[in-house]
Structures are given as structure tokens and as C-alpha cells.
Ligand binder design. Structure first.
Ligand SMILES: Cc1ncc(COP(=O)(O)O)c(C=O)c1O
Length: 397
């Protein structure tokens, strides 16, 4: 039967990574890959996570199964990190389970929606992270798009977004990036979050927040503003969270899916379905990464160290954004790239044509996605001038 299968085209991001690896240019720069990098171009294990790992290894006496919900300490600590002090949590209207990464969370949520309302559509921003469509769509839900990013202003086209969301029918879900929108870097303002919440109340759609970068925009609390506002003002909200970036535990696959429901009883019923879905897909999540995150979040000393490490990663990204904008200002004598310093998180669209992106790749060994999505943490003191010179060169012809 496998003879019937034709080979699929390579994933564009993985394909770009292999092009980069094979490029002999000694000055090559990787602005493609979606992981945080430090000034040395490395993605190290955080010191807080490393310390948690040592402690866990020293005290672990069994590798017995964890169960479909995963690590309950992790679930409680992550729910508190996401929601802050919350009456919904205290009242038992918010329930959550550990998942294999944010991807696992998105998929379990989609399967749950499919169970609760098989005809629901999920509305995603245009553009959105590429993997949202297969992760959610392969659960059998219809994917619809709402306009989000305006390339002309490099900002959210909020009027167009709201006009589109006003057409969403009750029972559909609207996927919103909690902060650090991937791929655009353009986030909703607090006032815009409040207006989305009001629209959700009016039309009856359920917000579905993907929180993959908490702590990477302004700080851990501010970055959760939108999610927390929705939780405080709406009867139902779905959340998918990833610990990959802010704990640097990418390959350990750590995430959380949570939902707010109108009553503790309906939350528990939904929980029973989530557990049954988990059991039917991968039975139970891996233990290690979530145990690390639980240790970091619940030990005051480790938590303090981790918060400082998140602040350092965020500070570096925001500093690179500033430096890139001013370096381009100097080279072009214009504010064309000022939007980069106004945006948040790991990514921005640099607003280059595909021809310019390909020229940067072939002539300078500078790699970003064909859409000109650049991973900002790929910049460093050594390559910043080189990349800015090259971009100034290609946009000036
Ligand atoms: C917007 C968004 N959501 C979810 C994820 C899922 O992350 P993971 O499954 O690696 O935890 C990512 C990862 O890049 C992302 O960018």
C-alpha cells in the first residue's frame, strides 16, 4: 500500500535549515529558524532548568506512568502562570492537562471542539503560524481566516479584523495569539483585546488563545493581559500554551491545554473528554519536561532565576529590534524599518519581496523565510552590520 504514496514536498522551514547548513559561505546568517538564540548563536539550556534537572535526577525513584492529565503540579502552576490570580481557577471553572508541547495542546483542543460541536469552524489570523492549519484542520474542523496583518503599515488591520469577526457564528472558535504574533510580531493593544472580548460576547464565538511566548514581549504579566481579560469576561475560553520558548525546553515537548467553562460541572465534563481524547491519541504525555517546569515554577529560588532568564531573553530580542531599526535608519535615511522596534517577540516580516529575500540568500548567505519573516534572535553584534548593509543594498536597487 505504501507504494501508492507520492513523496510530499519538503517543509519550507526544514528545507531552509538544510540549505543553510549546506551553504559554505563563512559569513552566513540564519534568520529562519524559530528558536531563541543568544549572542553566541546558541540555544542553551536555561540555568534554572538545568538546576531543576539535577534535582529531579537526584530524587527520581520511579518512571511509572504519569496518567493522561500529566503532572498535576505542572498543570496547577502553569494555569496560575497563564491566568494569574483568577476567580475562574478558584471556582473550578478552568481545567487543564499537560500536553506534548504547544502543538499537542492545539490538537487536543481541536479534538475537543470537534467532539463538542462537530460543525464548528476555527478562524485563524491571516497570516498565522503555518502549523496551525494542519494541527487544527486535521482534527476535521473547518478552518476559516480573518484579516489581521496589514503589510502596508506593518501593523494589525484591526478594523478589517473586527469586520470579519463580526460575521463569525456562535459556536465557532477564533484563534488569537496571546502575544508575540507569529509570524508578524504585530500584537493587539489592551483596548483591542477588550473590543474582541466584547464582540465575542455579542456574537457568541469562543476565543481560543495560543500562548507560545509568554514573557517574550513586555513581561510575564503584561503578556497575559488579553488572555486574562477574556477569562474574566467570557463564559468559555480555550487556551493552548507552550513552554518550548520561555523555558527553552523545545525537545522535551511541554505544553498545556486548558479551558474555561460556565460551571465547575461543565468544566469537569469537558475535562473527562480531554482525558479520553488524550488516551485515544498518545495515551499520556512525556514526564520529564513538565516535571522540570513544575520544579522551576514552584521553587521560589528557581522561579526567580527563571524569571530573570526570561527577562534576559526578552531584553536581548527587544534590544536587537531597536538596534536593527536604528541601523537601517542610518543606512537608508528613512524610518522604513522602524516598525521592527514597535513589534514584539521572535519574528517580524521585514517587508522584502521574494526576489530580495532570494538575493540575500544567494549573494550574502542570509537566510529567512520567502515571506521575509525573520527570526530576530538570529541577529547578534557580529552579524548585525553585515545583514543591515546587505538589506540596504538589496532594497536600494
Ligand atoms: C504560535 C505558536 N504556537 C504554538 C507553537 C508550538 O510550540 P511547541 O509545540 O514546540 O511547544 C509554536 C512554536 O513555534 C508557535 O510559534
Amino acid at each position: 500500500m505504501f507504494e501508492r504514496l507520492a513523496t510530499l514536498p519538503a517543509d519550507p522551514i526544514l528545507g531552509l535549515m538544510s540549505l543553510f547548513r549546506n551553504d559554505p559561505n563563512p559569513r552566513k546568517v540564519d534568520l529562519g529558524v524559530g528558536v531563541y538564540k543568544n549572542e553566541q548563536g546558541e540555544t542553551p539550556v536555561l540555568a534554572s532548568v538545568h538546576e531543576a534537572e539535577k534535582r529531579l535526577l537526584a530524587r527520581q525513584t520511579s518512571k511509572v506512568y504519569v496518567g493522561p492529565a500529566g503532572n498535576v503540579t505542572f498543570n496547577a502552576a502553569m494555569s496560575a502562570l497563564l491566568l494569574g490570580p483568577s476567580t475562574a481557577l478558584a471556582e473550578g471553572r478552568f481545567v487543564a492537562v499537560q500536553t506534548p508541547g504547544g502543538c499537542g495542546a492545539l490538537r487536543v483542543a481541536a479534538e475537543l471542539v470537534k467532539t463538542a460541536n462537530p460543525s464548528a469552524a476555527i478562524w485563524v489570523s491571516d497570516p498565522t503560524w503555518g502549523n496551525h492549519i494542519p494541527l487544527l484542520g486535521n482534527a476535521g474542523l473547518t478552518i476559516r481566516q480573518y484579516p489581521y496583518f496589514d503589510a502596508a503599515t506593518s501593523a494589525v488591520n484591526f478594523d478589517a479584523m473586527m469586520a470579519s469577526l463580526a460575521q463569525v457564528k456562535a459556536g465557532d472558535l477564533v484563534l488569537l495569539h496571546g502575544c508575540c504574533h507569529n509570524p508578524s510580531g504585530a500584537d493587539l493593544s489592551p483596548e483591542q483585546w477588550r473590543r474582541v472580548a466584547a464582540l465575542a460576547l455579542e456574537t457568541g464565538f469562543t476565543p481560543f488563545v495560543d500562548m507560545a511566548y509568554q514573557g517574550f514581549a513586555d513581561d510575564l504579566e503584561t503578556d497575559a493581559y488579553g488572555l486574562r481579560y477574556l477569562i474574566d469576561h467570557l463564559p468559555e475560553v480555550v487556551v493552548a500554551a507552550s513552554c518550548s520558548k520561555n523555558f527553552g525546553v523545545y525537545r522535551d515537548r511541554v505544553g498545556l491545554v486548558g479551558l474555561l467553562s460556565e460551571s465547575p460541572a461543565s468544566a469537569q465534563a469537558a475535562m473527562s473528554h480531554m482525558l479520553s481524547i488524550v488516551r485515544g491519541i498518545y495515551s499520556m504525555p512525556p514526564d520529564h519536561g513538565a516535571a522540570l517546569v513544575a520544579e522551576v515554577l514552584t521553587d521560589p529560588q528557581l522561579r526567580q532565576r527563571w524569571e530573570a532568564e526570561v527577562a534576559e531573553m526578552r531584553g536581548r530580542i527587544n534590544d536587537l529590534r531597536e538596534r536593527f531599526s536604528s541601523a537601517m535608519q542610518v543606512r537608508l535615511g528613512s524610518d522604513r524599518f522602524d516598525f521592527v522596534k514597535r513589534q514584539k517577540g521572535m519574528f517580524s516580516f521585514l517587508g522584502l519581496s521574494e526576489t530580495q529575500v532570494l538575493q540575500l540568500r544567494s549573494e550574502y548567505g542570509i537566510y529567512m523565510l520567502n515571506s521575509a519573516r525573520a527570526s530576530i534572535a538570529g541577529f547578534n553584534a557580529t552579524n548585525m552590520d553585515y545583514v543591515c548593509d546587505a538589506i540596504a543594498e538589496v532594497v536600494s536597487v
